[in-house]
Every structure is written in C-alpha cells, then in structure tokens.
Design a protein around this ligand. Structure first.
Ligand code: GDP
Ligand code: MG
Length: 345
C-alpha cells in the first residue's frame, strides 16, 4: 500500500494530481481544507501497490526482451544480412537465367535424340519447344510418289537394305497395277544376283542383270520399253572407292532419266554417310531413303544426314517384311520421328 498527500488550489486540482499519479484505482483516505493567506485543499490518497510483484513483472518483461533480442541478434548481424542479400541475388540470377536453363534442357534433349552438336545451336536460337519443331518441319523435305516413267536407282554401302527396299517398292508398284522391271547391277556380290532372281520369280517381275555399266544404256532402253517403273539395284561398295563411284556416275551421265536414292541405314553411324558425302554427291543424289528404323535407338541421324545432303527423304523402312515395312512420310511426321515423338508403324 502506498499513501501520499496531494495539494491543490481547489479540490478538483488536488484530485487531478491524485488521478495522475495513482490512477483510477486510488482510494481517498482524507480531505482537508487549509485556510491561511491562501486557501488550498489537501487530499490524502492510497493505492494498493505491490512493489515486489511489479519488480517481478518488470524483470520478466526485461528477460523476455533480452531473449528476443538474443534470438534475433543474428538477423541483424552483417553476416546474416549479406547472406540474405546473396540468396536474393541468386534467386534473381536464377530467374534471369531461366531462359538459359531451358536451353540447356533443350540442348540435352536434341543431343539425346541424336542430333549432332553443330546443328543444335542453330535450332536453339530464339527457340522454345514449338519453334524447334517448326524449324525442323519447315526445313526438312520429305515425301515421294511412285509414278509412271520413273527409274529409281538405289545406292549405298553393302547391307543397308537396298535389295530388300527395291523388292518392297516393286511389290507395292505391282500391287497398284504398274508394269515394273528390275535391273540388277549388283552382280559383283556373290549371291546378290541369285537373291534378286528368286524375289522376282516369286513376284512375277521381269528382271535383268547388267555386268558392266558400259552395257547399261542399251539394255535399259530395250528393257524399259514396255514398263511403267524401273528399279535399279546396285553393288554396295565402299563409297571411298572412287572407281566405283565414277562407274555408277556414267549411268546418269548417259542422260538416262534415273533418280538416285541414297540408302542410309540407321543402324550404322551417320558419320559414315556424312564423311562420304563428297563421293556420293558426285553421283548426283536426288533422294534419301532411311532403312532399319526398327533397329535404331534414336532418329536424329535423319536430320543430320538431311542437313548434309539437303535432299528430300523418299522412304523410311522399319523391318524385313516385304512389302509392308516401308512408307513415305510427310515433313510433319518425319519431324515427330526425328524428335522421338512419333514412330513409324
Ligand atoms: N531390321 C531391318 N532389317 C532390314 C531392313 N531392310 C533390310 N534389312 C535387312 O538387312 C539385310 C541386308 O539387306 P540387303 O537388302 O541385302 O542390303 P543391300 O546389301 O544394301 O542390298 C538383310 O538381312 C535384310 O533383310 C529394315 O528396314 N529393318
Ligand atoms: Mg543388295
């Protein structure tokens, strides 16, 4: 309990002083009017005041503040602030590099589908995923129609599937009512002639063999007279063999209306065909056929080789079944295949 007297010129003035110091809880104990030269009023008031309790409260509050400050002290330290600023900076950098980040993902994706590194950067320039698709599909040329008057010659290394592809195409042409003939220039390889002869017998397709390119023109003119479409199967020899390339060249040099389809197997490294480009181009490649898609893990090589030769893709083959495993495709479908999003059925 605390007791104190307050004096004022009037009762009100003294009471105001009581209220001010003791608050509304104050209890008036005594009031006295003191008269003299000047009159004043003395009020004695008391308040229930637990000093100890107040001190405990103060101490509790002070320790609470101390612990709060202790806890937050790190927050205001220079290290803490610079760490925070660094984190914000990193976040901003990450947002800024989001574009670059996406580019890395796209670049990884394109190399996974087998597109060579030299072709990846141009595809990524100002490109999102849709733009990459659009760039490839607007760039790549594909599609072919077997029609009357065509002479289709397949060239390419041994074992890529030239003979098999010709048999597939010839059977298809027969099926749609075309008069077809096959000329074999593959007599160099033991058994190649026999293989083709058996196929032609089975399919009822006229067949002839040319042993030397110099005889070709005369035999061709005679053989093609009553036919709509002629297929020429060639020896698969090493494209580095310039003599072989020069021999084959004579066929086109003779002015015959021959379309040359370079046959590329996806089960072989595209490097082989890219390095052989100069030699094959001497032949005057008109189209590219990609074979053995069923044996490939990715299809980016189609784009790589297209970029090397810049010739339309006439056919894709995806198996050994004759005549089913072959088809011509549109640029859109081929782009999906290259990007691993669509498969040839
Ligand atoms: N898996 C698969 N094998 C094929 C394909 N095309 C051809 N082949 C096979 O490849 C091998 C060589 O084919 P061939 O036509 O003799 O090749 P060529 O030497 O270029 O005439 C044969 O066993 C064919 O059955 C294809 O698209 N997929
Ligand atoms: Mg062959």
């Amino acid at each position: 309990m605390k007791i104190k007297s307050f004096t004022g010129k009037s009762y009100k003035e003294a009471l105001d002083l009581v209220k001010k110091e003791f608050g509304p809880e104050a209890v008036i104990i005594d009031t006295e009017e003191i008269k003299g030269r000047e009159c004043f009023v003395k009020i004695t008031a008391a308040i229930d005041y637990d000093e100890d309790c107040n001190d405990r409260k103060k101490e509790y509050f002070a320790s609470y503040l101390r612990s709060e400050l202790e806890e937050k002290r790190d927050c205001w330290s220079e290290n803490y602030l610079s760490k925070e600023i660094k984190e914000i900076k990193n976040m901003l950098m990450e947002i800024k590099s989001q574009g670059k980040f996406n580019k890395n993902i796209q670049s990884d994706f394109l190399s996974k589908v087998g597109i060579r590194s030299e072709f990846i950067s141009p595809l990524l320039e100002d490109s999102g995923e849709i733009e990459i698709y659009e760039k490839i599909s607007s760039e790549i040329k594909a599609g072919y129609k077997l029609s009357n008057g065509k002479t289709v010659m397949l060239v390419g290394p041994t074992g890529v599937g030239k003979t098999t592809t010709i048999v597939k195409l010839a059977s298809f042409a027969v099926k749609i009512g075309k008069k077809v003939g096959i000329i074999n220039l593959d007599s160099f390889r033991l058994g190649a002639f026999e293989q083709m002869r058996v196929f032609c017998q089975l399919l009822g397709i006229p067949f002839c063999s040319v042993n030397h390119v110099d005889e070709f023109k005369d035999i061709y003119n005679d053989f093609s007279k009553d036919k709509n479409i002629i297929f020429i199967d060639t020896t698969g020899r090493n494209p580095k063999d310039r003599k072989y390339i020069n021999e084959l060249r004579k066929i086109k040099d003779n002015g015959l209306p021959v379309e040359i389809h370079l046959t590329v197997s996806l089960s072989m490294q595209d490097e082989i065909f890219i390095r052989a480009k100069d030699n094959y181009q001497l032949l005057g490649i008109d189209y590219i056929i990609f074979t053995k898609l069923d044996e490939a893990y990715n299809y980016g090589s189609i784009y790589n080789i297209f970029k090397g030769y810049n010739k339309p893709v006439s056919y894709l083959t995806n198996g050994q079944r004759i005549p089913n495993d072959i088809q011509a495709v549109s640029p859109a479908k081929l782009t999906n295949i290259i990007l691993g999003r669509g498969l040839i059925q």
